[in-house]
Design a protein around this ligand. Structure first.
Ligand code: FMN
Length: 154
């Protein structure tokens, strides 16, 4: 049922794969640990997105930031990092695949870490609402569209 529901949007779901690498680990201090992904996504603008991530056979929902992290970093190196919602665990070195499901906002420079933290909380609330709206409630194998399915349907 659910698969049918999403069949029409299958072609439009962008997809990438990458390995989880070590970041500066500030995310944990912020209260939102992130998986830094070793990938260069030149087909997306810097910003925050709602994503689904396939990891070790399970699928998780998350929020992804692509950009230069102007609030915390002065070297302006572009990174891709994902906070997986309702997930705890060490996934360094693991391969993930990721569907970019919807945009949330542009990346911004905040005046303090506290403001950034507050914004990320709001991003998560917004993302959860949108996932729910699309029938994506929690970790669920059916919601992940693998590349093979995308190309078959196109
Ligand atoms: C959902 C989300 C939104 C984010 N938005 C911004 C942002 O607008 N501006 C910014 O400077 N950093 C943003 N970040 C990046 C955080 O600064 C970053 O996760 C934190 O510094 C930890 O980085 P580290 O894992 O390299 O230590 C965002 C991160 C997440 C997970």
């Amino acid at each position: 049922m659910r698969t049918d529901l999403f069949a029409s949007s299958l072609k439009a779901v962008p997809f990438f794969e990458g390995e989880v690498v070590s970041g500066r680990k500030l995310g944990r201090k912020l209260g939102f640990p992130t998986a830094n992904i070793d990938v260069n996504i030149n087909w997306l603008n810097n910003g925050v997105y709602g994503v689904s991530v396939k990891l070790d056979g399970s699928t998780y929902l998350g929020v992804m930031n692509i950009g230069v992290k102007p609030t915390v970093d002065s070297n302006l190196k572009r990174t891709t990092e994902i906070h997986l919602m309702d997930f705890k665990g060490n996934i360094y070195g693991e391969k993930i695949s990721c569907n970019v499901i919807f945009p949330i906002r542009e990346e911004k420079r905040f005046n303090s870490l506290e403001e950034l933290k507050q914004q990320i909380k709001e991003d998560i609330i917004y993302a959860k609402k949108h996932f729910k709206h699309r029938g994506l409630l929690a970790a669920d194998k059916q919601i992940h569209f693998v590349r093979e399915q995308v190309s078959k349907s196109s």
